[in-house]
Design a protein around this ligand. Sequence first.
Ligand code: HEC
Length: 104
Amino acid sequence: MKLPLLKLVLSLIAFLGLNVPAFATPDLANGKKIDQQKCYACHAKKSGFGNGDMIYTRSDSKVKNLQNLKSMVAMCNTELRLDLFPEDEADVAAFLNKQFYKFK
Ligand code: HEC
């Protein structure tokens, strides 16, 4: 089966609610993996520090609360066409919050 079709089928299954428990708690390990695979390198380059974590901890951070964080993650995802599922977006946001931002 081609990958895009597989993705479609998987999101349909998720949509139909067969996978409900997966939404309940964010998967931090998955979030970390996504950050490392899809986000880190670009942030390292853009921040000019050669360290992809520093964009999250910079003093002029654009992120002031959990809602900001979610929309920033969504923005990078959509603008850059990273093709994350909503669950994956939630996982990365949860991971970044736990690791760096620490909002309540
Ligand atoms: C192609 C480059 C690129 C990729 C890939 C990318 N980002 Fe970004 N990201 C940026 C840039 C550039 C900024 C700074 C935007 C600004 O200052 O307005 C940013 C800023 C952010 C911020 C806000 C940081 C802060 O505290 O101010 C978050 C959160 C973020 N990105 C999340 C993600 C996540 C999660 C991913 C991967 C799923 C991702 N980004 C992938 C370029 C990228």
